[in-house]
Design a protein. Structure first.
Length: 351
């Protein structure tokens, strides 16, 4: 857990320390705090999906609006409880939505109508706290109209408004947006910290906590999600068995799988599969370097070692690069079939 005096956030102590220094004095007004190290009008939290960006941003909002101000949110006052439940009148969570307006963080967009609402609401004074805070999740999924409209608030922010933005990559945002934010890079959390958190806070079984901590890639949020996903073990097994089957398949069989997968049109499932495949090949590469103890799939070391013996390090390294290149390509194209064809035709052959 966090150190004593820190916030209820796992593994991001440096970011917490920096944000703590911006907390306002209870006796200062908003304008004076802006000039003397108080909170900035906009922050951008950057890091992998599930690493804890929204969690940290929300805890920061609690600290800013807490009615028992100190160097951390009390967690029990009316303000802290309302933010946690999503009902605070001065805290607004804005997430990507689909065409029908329902929240969809995997495939939705931040749309211009949402930006218009932010601008309209930002003009109004806070109802209970000293700030009006907007948490904008997944800014990498903002459409161009949303981003351009949001710039108006970023360029001329009311003194009482604080914008908290999250994104997986700052390069996916307009440079003009990034330049107007204080950027906080979220670093991967050590597997030991994730394992401890899963066991102590979420009551995970020791073996389950260890495996998820290794597979998480430093993302506690991902690990917690999978801990509560009853289908995770079966889905993981299916994804890996599919990979092994394709590695032994001929070109016709591989292209048939590509066609079937592209026809399903499920981008979230596709990215989950590619992530699992990438983790597997990194484990194979670690085994080839005599570092099997550092692998993520700790329950499948025997199969990792077997496959490592049948391939060259060069071929595995090359395919990992191909996986990352195709994954990036899929974020910017609708031609899933072509991308999968390339990916599967370059898959190393294992007999």
């Amino acid at each position: 857990m966090a150190e004593k005096g820190m916030w209820p956030v796992y593994g991001h102590n440096t970011a917490v320390h920096l944000l703590q220094r911006t907390l306002p004095s209870p006796l200062a007004d908003n304008s004076s705090q802006r000039g003397f190290g108080g909170p900035r009008h906009a922050y951008l939290f950057v890091g992998a999906q599930g690493i804890g960006k929204s969690t940290l941003a929300q805890v920061y909002a609690q600290a800013l609006l807490c009615t028992e101000p100190s160097d951390r949110p009390c967690g029990v006052c009316r303000s802290c409880r309302l933010i946690r439940s999503g009902n605070h009148p001065d805290f607004r969570l804005v997430a990507p939505v689909n065409r029908e307006g329902a929240v969809d963080r995997s495939a939705g967009l931040l749309r211009v109508e949402q930006a218009a609402t932010i601008i309209r609401d930002s003009i109004l004074s806070p109802l209970e706290g000293r700030y009006k805070i907007f948490l904008l999740q997944d800014m990498q999924q903002a459409n161009e109209s949303f981003a351009n409209k949001l710039l108006k608030t970023l360029e001329e922010p009311p003194a009482h408004v604080i914008l908290l933005l999250t994104a997986t990559e700052r390069t996916q945002l307009l440079p003009t947006i990034v330049s107007r934010c204080q950027v906080r890079e979220m670093q991967p959390i050590a597997p030991t910290v994730i394992e401890q958190a899963l066991g102590q806070h979420w009551q995970a079984e020791p073996k389950q906590a260890q495996l998820l901590a290794r597979l998480a890639g430093g993302r506690l949020g991902w690990a917690v999600t999978q801990l509560h996903n009853a289908k995770f073990d079966a889905e993981r097994q299916e994804q890996l068995e599919t990979l092994w089957r394709l590695a032994a398949a001929n070109r016709i069989q591989r292209l048939a799988f590509s066609e079937q997968t592209a026809a399903k049109g499920s981008q979230p499932q596709l990215f989950n599969m590619l992530e699992m495949w990438t983790t597997w090949w990194r484990d194979v590469l670690l085994a080839q370097a005599n570092c099997i103890d550092a692998c993520s799939n700790i329950d499948l070391r025997e199969e990792i070692t077997r496959q490592a013996a049948h391939l060259s390090q060069e071929s595995v390294q090359k395919y990992i690069q191909t996986l990352k290149r195709i994954e990036g390509y899929l974020h910017h194209t609708t031609n899933t079939r072509m991308a999968l064809d390339v990916l599967l035709l370059q898959l190393p052959q294992i007999v």
